[in-house]
Design a protein around this ligand. Structure first.
Ligand code: MTE
Ligand code: MO
Length: 271
């Protein structure tokens, strides 16, 4: 945890000793990175572990030498949505993994505990589609299941400092958006969830080939805690940009924000 050093009149960080990297002063690196963070990211980061490990998860950079340390700092300096969106390559794929690397049990996270995850009836569930689309008809579970599905084994990285590899299966969100006649030149795709969570994506990420309307997890029905009946899996983004229990998808040019975005998390949060 960071602590206040009264002699130096500033916050200092305790760094785990095992993260000593030849040629890299980890404490200096973390301090430098913290200075480059936007205000709210910085506050959240310092309230967490404030460690080099957390920094590597936040940026998706593995620091192994001076060069990668610099790459990490460059990435932190880009914690600016517009610049990040410009740098996003809509064709670049997130890494995929072998089935032997899958994390079991898979960690749960939400703004409440696992016992409070919504209990949703698959038979009664409806997905609403709104905004800049030509076909606003609602979807039920069987209709979604009839769309072609894809499977991915990718890494989920949570801003709170953990990551895990999982397997998710479902229709491509891009195919879905084309099917409902979404205005693909619109800026945002927003998601409303059954637990009153929400988030939104830039259109390029919504159309990314790995962005998925997940119906199956680890080969079986998506479990209640992990987003039943449908979550949107976005392996090019941090975990909080992956909405679970999605009940509405809308297309818009007005910035939609989101549950954590409205509390200061960086909106783009790409990896
Ligand atoms: N509906 C909903 N979706 C959500 C959240 C939530 O609280 N509610 N939390 C987000 C965060 S911060 C993370 S890390 C992931 C956790 O997903 P998991 O429980 O499948 O690991 O869900 C994301 N999507
Ligand atoms: Mo998260």
């Amino acid at each position: 945890m960071p602590y206040y050093d009264p002699t130096e009149r500033r916050y200092r960080l305790n760094l785990p000793r095992h993260l000593s990297i030849p040629g890299v002063d980890s404490e200096l690196l973390v301090r430098d990175a913290v200075q480059r963070m936007p205000e709210l990211t910085r506050r959240r980061f310092l309230r967490g572990t404030g460690s080099l490990g957390a920094l590597m998860l936040l940026t998706g950079c593995d620091v192994v030498d001076g060069q990668s340390a610099e790459a990490l700092l460059r990435r932190i300096s880009r914690f600016n949505d517009e610049v990040q969106a410009l740098l996003f390559n809509p064709r670049k794929l997130a890494p995929t993994y072998d089935a032997s690397r899958i994390t079991r049990p898979f960690p749960f996270n939400a703004f409440y505990g696992p016992e409070d995850a919504p209990r949703i009836s698959g038979e009664r569930w409806k997905l609403y589609v709104d905004g800049l689309v030509t076909d606003k008809s609602t979807w039920d579970l069987p209709r979604l299941h009839r769309l072609p599905k894809q499977t991915q084994i990718t890494k989920h990285i949570c801003i709170e400092g953990w990551s895990a590899i999982g397997q998710w299966t479902g229709p491509s969100l891009g195919d879905f958006l084309r099917r409902v006649g979404a205005d693909l030149s619109a800026k945002y795709v927003g998601f409303l969830c059954d637990d009153r969570y929400s988030t939104s994506l830039d259109m390029a990420t919504a159309l990314h080939p790995q962005t998925q309307m997940t119906l199956l997890f680890d080969g079986g029905t998506l479990p209640r805690q992990y987003g039943y009946p449908m979550k949107v899996r976005v392996p090019t983004k941090l975990g909080f940009k992956n909405p679970k229990h999605v009940s509405e998808i809308f297309v818009t040019n007005d910035y939609p924000g989101g549950f954590w975005e409205n509390q200061g998390y960086n909106w783009f949060s790409g990896l």
